[in-house]
Design a protein around this ligand. Sequence first.
Ligand code: 3MF
Ligand code: MG
Ligand code: MG
Length: 414
Amino acid sequence: MGAMNPTPPEKQQALVARLTDACGGSYSPETRRKYYITGPQWAAAYEGHAIFHAPTREPISFERVIEEYGKIGIGYWATHDTDVIPSEALGTAKQDEIVARIGKALADNGLKCSMVTTETFHHAVFASSPASESPEIRKYARWRMCNTIDIGHTLGAEFAVYWPGSLGYQVQGAVEETETLKWYAEGLNAACEHDIAVAAKAGRPTLKHCMEAKPFEPAAEILLPTSDAMLAFINSGLLTHPEMVGLNPEYLHELMWGGAPRAALARALTAGKLWHFDINDGYRLKHDVDIAVGLVNPLDWLNVLVLLRSHGYNGPFNLDFKPPRTTSQAGVFGVSFPTAVDRFITLWEMAGEVMEDPILKEAGLALRAGSGIASGDPKVLFEANKELMTLHELIGHRLFQILIGANRGRVYSV
Ligand code: 3MF
Ligand code: MG
Ligand code: MG
């Protein structure tokens, strides 16, 4: 490409918009709304800050986020309590006023609230986690979780999510792990019991309470670092309502510890606990970069969605990514969110193609039918199946072909 004239600031948005249009392949807002895609308040409101980063974007109101989600065709919205209600206003008349404004913004823009979550990691009060040694801090944390349930019912949410990333320690021996887990369970128990009472009064179903694991950050060592650890916790006997508690795995959080997200999801599915799913992307054994879905591991993502489609997963796909610092506020709504949604839908459609692909179907059936030769001799069994097992690699190749569109005739000349 030849040199280009500099693009002055006032022409940059138009350039980005023109090139975004030129990419093509975008779905209409109506099509996007057919999927259970949820947009978190905190993702769109993320200002680009981190330990080493100053913000690159201005604060933004929930009204604006909800309006922009509506225009894009993101049909559902989710929030932490303190994303929208200042800590000091929680539980006051100001909270009621804000919640009413949220309800109006959602209705005006045709969105629904899917999920609410309690921020138990940012405020100084949670320096030693919501399951702190201090009984008064634990009482406050329980109240916060119950207050979030109230907000959820008022807004019509279906899910409550818990991310106990601060449940752990920086210095060894500072917390007693079994005690801390017991105290954390008391918080969840209070939330579930409160939910039962509020739901009965409101004539609504109880919320689905979903735990979200992350292996690193912000605590140095984390007591519930993986979805599997959480499955064990749910079944530990510490919960009074284990049937009300399931999982919200996050794709990158499973990848971060070196796990295979698809296998983690399969274990949650097997346990009947895959209820909510945070979708994003990133790299193994790195920090929580929260890159938008499909930008790093599209082939793995295709496989993840094949698993979820073939098991009839019908919960939310929550866009828990961070628009990069290099993206402007206009870019957050003009590029980040619509392209993330569209990659997700494309991969979901492709997953359907994988399930219908005659080559993959026949290969899968052939592998499952085996050779028809029974024997107690492992050598004979191996010989009887060895040509068939070559199909494993062919399946990998076929998935790559589907990812690049070769199954639809896309070719490259040599
Ligand atoms: C942190 C996260 C969180 C959770 C959120 C909902 C800020 O890595 O992923 O997002 O998703 O707290 O539980
Ligand atoms: Mg998350
Ligand atoms: Mg993350």
